[in-house]
Write a protein that binds this ligand. Structure first.
Ligand code: NDP
Length: 302
């Protein structure tokens, strides 16, 4: 039987309705508009696409968006100076430095320069630490989007065995930190796998919920998934496709056609985790503005 499709695109639409009402409340209470600044260094085509999508969504929602483009040759100090300026700009509630950065820019130092109060990506060590102890200010957008998606589609991780493949700081580790908490829609037993994990298929086959964040096209095959699993595909991989005008297509880390025959539910690529990531960036920017003005609004998970 074909798996149920968990459409991030559709769930994001309901999230945007919730966000619009929160923006209205902010305007009504303090006359302010949430503001997001994005710094893009260089001309990586994928990064340019992501930044355009984020800016467009800000415009659509009525979030102030500032877009700073620096040359690929920009120095580390130039990026730091721009971040510091934004830290002190009262119109800006969220700062995002688009990754990857050119090699002359020290990624960690730059990310750590962002004020933790404006770190809407949730990558600052202070925010990562708060997430780990169950007191998050900002949760990284991709894992937050996956969490909301699971909740909204009726697949709460509570009491389930969740297997995450991939231990990056932006997806795997924060996903682990969210789902192991003693909170509603979490309370999962979580296994975090990576490239040194032995007998990976034996572990993935024990998952009730399998989250793939690897960066390898079609890595998760049907032999790695037990029937009835809920499968979340985070991967975005370009593979050659001569039938596409662009010469490539985007595929996930999961062999969708085969795995969807066994899974209970599955997220597509594109249209799955990607749209939720952008929605959560908007959520975190609005949350930052609410916090700054002492406004308590219903959470995205209420
Ligand atoms: P990273 O490259 O930072 O991490 C990949 C992880 O996969 C690592 O932990 C690595 O293990 C693990 N891995 C690699 N090969 C294997 C293997 N053979 N067996 C088991 N584990 C393996 O990637 P990201 O987390 O940044 O991204 C993962 C994917 O998700 C990418 O395709 C990326 O484009 C996509 N992505 C999508 C987003 C969205 O919004 N939809 C947002 C962010 C990312 P080890 O640590 O041992 O090296």
């Amino acid at each position: 039987m074909a798996a149920k499709l968990i459409s991030g695109k559709e769930i994001a639409k309901t999230v945007y309705e919730h966000l619009k009402s929160r923006i209205k409340i902010i305007k009504k209470i303090c006359g302010k508009t949430p503001g997001l600044a994005v710094i893009l260094v260089g001309n990586n085509p994928a990064s340019q696409v992501y930044v355009r999508m984020k800016t467009k969504m800000c415009e659509k929602l009525g979030i102030l968006s500032e877009h700073i483009e620096l040359a690929g040759s920009a120095s580390h100090q130039e990026v730091i100076d721009n971040v510091k300026k934004l830290n002190n700009n009262n119109d800006i509630d969220g700062i995002l430095v688009q990754l990857p950065l050119p090699s002359q820019c020290g990624e960690n130092i730059i990310l750590n320069t962002i004020s933790p109060d404006k770190d809407v990506d949730g990558f600052h060590p202070e925010n990562m630490g708060n997430l780990l102890i169950g007191k998050p200010k900002f949760i990284p957008c991709t894992p937050l989007g996956i969490w909301v998606m699971l909740k909204q589609s009726g697949y709460s991780p509570e009491g389930k065995h969740v297997v995450i493949v991939g231990r990056s700081n932006i997806v795997g580790k924060p996903m682990f930190s969210i789902l192991c908490q003693k909170t509603k829609y979490a309370n999962a037993t979580v296994t975090l796998c990576h490239s040194r994990t032995k007998n990976l298929p034996e572990i993935t086959k024990t998952a009730d919920i399998l989250i793939a964040a690897i960066g390898r096209p079609h890595f998760i095959t049907k032999e790695m998934v037990k029937p009835g699993t809920v499968v979340v595909d985070v991967g975005i991989n370009r593979v050659d496709d001569s039938s596409s005008p662009r010469g490539y297509k985007l595929v996930g880390d999961v062999d969708f056609d085969e795995v969807s025959k066994a899974a209970e539910a599955i997220t597509p690529v594109p249209g799955g985790v990607g749209p939720m990531t952008i929605a959560m960036l908007m959520n975190n920017t609005i949350l930052s503005c609410e916090t700054k003005h002492g406004i308590t609004a219903p959470s995205i998970l209420d």
